[in-house]
Design a binder for this molecule. Sequence first.
Ligand code: 5GP
Ligand code: MN
Length: 348
Amino acid sequence: MEDVFRNPEVLALKGRMKQGTRVVITAHRSPDGDAIGSSLAMKHLLAHLDVHAQVIMPDAYAKFLQWLPGHDEVWFHERSPEACEQAMREAQVVFCLDYNAPSRAGRLGPAVEAASQRDTCFVAVLDHHQKPEAFADLLVSDPSTASTAELVYRLMKAWEMSDALDAQMAACLYCGLITDTGSFRFPSVQPSTHEMASHLLGTGMDHSRVHSLIYDACRLDQIQLTAYALSQKLQVFPEHRSAIVSLSQEELRRYNAQKGDTEGLVNRALSIEGINFAAFIKEDVDLVKLSLRSRGAFSVRDVADAHFHGGGHHNAAGGACADESLEEVVDRLVGLLPSFSSALQYED
Ligand code: 5GP
Ligand code: MN
């Protein structure tokens, strides 16, 4: 593993963390378990240095993440843009966690961009996505790492602050770890991932409870939406080893869909025997969102990048289309499948 924490700027950043330093921690829009988990863990770490950090998310995250220690103090740009933008203007240090381009922060992006251009603000990125944009004063980027939570953990070690790790901070880190590794089953998991988990469990953090709060908190509507999507809206293309599920706004409304309800649908499609590529396509209010997953050699990051204005990881990526209808995006992807087909013919 490349030691991206060897950079002397990493230690120098700790030196900037003094009582009264104005710090903001941000993550990408539609925050997932790794985005908010690593952000709240970072806040706990800084609190150990007597530094108060304001966590600002572009928009809300799923209910199954709203129990995390520190959740009550999070600000959301979509709810209070003025207060969030003022905090960004006054910040002396801005952390960007789990994203590597200002545009990934949605409507908070321009404030991140402005902070990076201000001499009085130091912007630090900790991220594990490929192809980072050059906007930060300190870029800690390691695409070989399974989660940003692991990068916050490694920062804690680089700063020689292991005594800051209590059960609360461990729960935040564990949330990022399990959500970004599919509970330790993705190829990105390394021996160091389990070593970190061992350290987290050593704090007394109740790992089974954390898992249950995240994965066993479905509403009946949500289960029925999943059942509907898989029974009525799943298209399987065995000859291309591909599967596509899509949902319209009307269908989402029919099942009272809330943020996070469709997370995991794409993995159900990928779990079909012989399928190496799966897509979930969702009609949002002003755009069409894609979640792409693959098994093995086929890169969904390349698909997202080349065809859907997106990016992500080799086996998990996403994108968005602003000027096409749901049907148009689905048809376009179906039309692309024959060109992916030969690259998808492998056993795992
Ligand atoms: P998900 O399908 O869970 O929304 O996202 C999977 C991965 O793709 C995540 O790592 C996420 O950061 C990335 N991703 C999702 N949507 C986009 C997008 O619109 N643009 C880029 N660059 N990455 C995305
Ligand atoms: Mn992540």
